[in-house]
Design a protein around this ligand. Sequence first.
Ligand SMILES: [Cu+2]
Length: 456
Amino acid sequence: MRLAQNKINLKRVSLGLVLLMVAMLVATVPTGSAEVKAATTPPKTGLICTTGTSPNPTFSLTAQSGYITLPDGNISFMWSYAPTGGTFQLPGPFLCVNEGDLVTIVLNNKLPEDTSIVIPGMEGVMANGVAAQPQFDTTNTLTSLTNVAKANGGSITYTFTAGMPGTYLYESGTDEGKQVNMGLFGALIVRPKATGLPVIPGTAYAYNRADSIYNAGNEYVMITSELDPALHQAVENGQAYDITQNHPRYWMINGRSFPDTIADNGAAWLTTQPYGAMVHMQPYDPSATSAYHYPAMVHYLNVGMLNHPFHPHGNHGRVIGRDARPLASPAGDDLSYEKFLILLGSGQTWDVLYQWSDEYHWNAATNPIPVTVPQLQNLTFKGGITWYSGSPYLGVQDGLPTGTTSYNQCGEYYQVWHSHALNEAANYDLGFGGMFTLQRIDPPMAQQVSNNRLCN
Ligand SMILES: [Cu+2]
């Protein structure tokens, strides 16, 4: 009976995978439409790409106002880039294009002031057919880093060839201190041609290098930003605001603050904040045919004004790219490096690979952890809620105190992943919150099956 149940569950899993693959195919099949397209059924975690029709993808974005919610119940007025004809969202859509594509971004402006888009590191950008360039007023004062869409209904068309693969910010180039803080930012990922590199099902490459391979089902974006509610209130009410007095109170990943960061993509109560930030993995699998033989990919982008020391607990990462350039010597030597805590500088992007190895293979029967496990009440509970399985062993669920609500599904582990500037791990000075998410490690599939308890 248990075996039969396993088979049914596994079938469900494979059917789910097939449906997901079909959905991905549908999302990437060229339709000739110039409109922004996104997958209709988003995965619970991980990157949701908005794609166009390669080799000439066109994206239409509208700079407009809207609202987001914060975990403490506050609501903030925002500006952001919505898909034209779609609903307001923060951040702007994550645009994915291929190396060599001729990319068009049409920017429509519903804001009461001029705005624009810059893509730091992208070369040869044209605006309405001429080279994009900084703008000056009649007194020769800089008014924008690039050509603008005029206030209240203007539009502008940017075009460029996506020349170098990697991770790019796109953001306002006009009055950035104000406009980027208001939420005018998003991510652009340029996929490499990967010509001549081995084609391995379930994997992808971040750069034109064999050592940039990763598990394509485990790809994540984390855009970090800060929010000072005083700025947002002033803009909403048409009042003055002194940017030199900027004092962030909310700290965000992908437009959300913890604990909203660990909610699924498309969580129902976060209608204008579609992107989660939980990193969901399984342990390294020595079999080269398993997706978990390959690391997860995390694209970090820091669009804020401050630097953030960032790390997951208990897990080094391998830095393979910075600012959309692979870490390689001119001769092509691998210059990637392992790092526990990385410092996300303002305006930087980092491409980092993560692999979780079950290093010590702790097992209650055959290889017990050589410490006395603390009393349960002293472990990870808050308000009678826990993500702890009741056991320190991966894939094992054990008793929890009476009255505890557990969100543990299958004996999985959770580790924090956050800005180590701990004032940023807060919502309006109240911790924990803010620039903070979780890494979730599920037991290997074979263990899930033998436990007769599949994670999802
Ligand atoms: Cu930490």
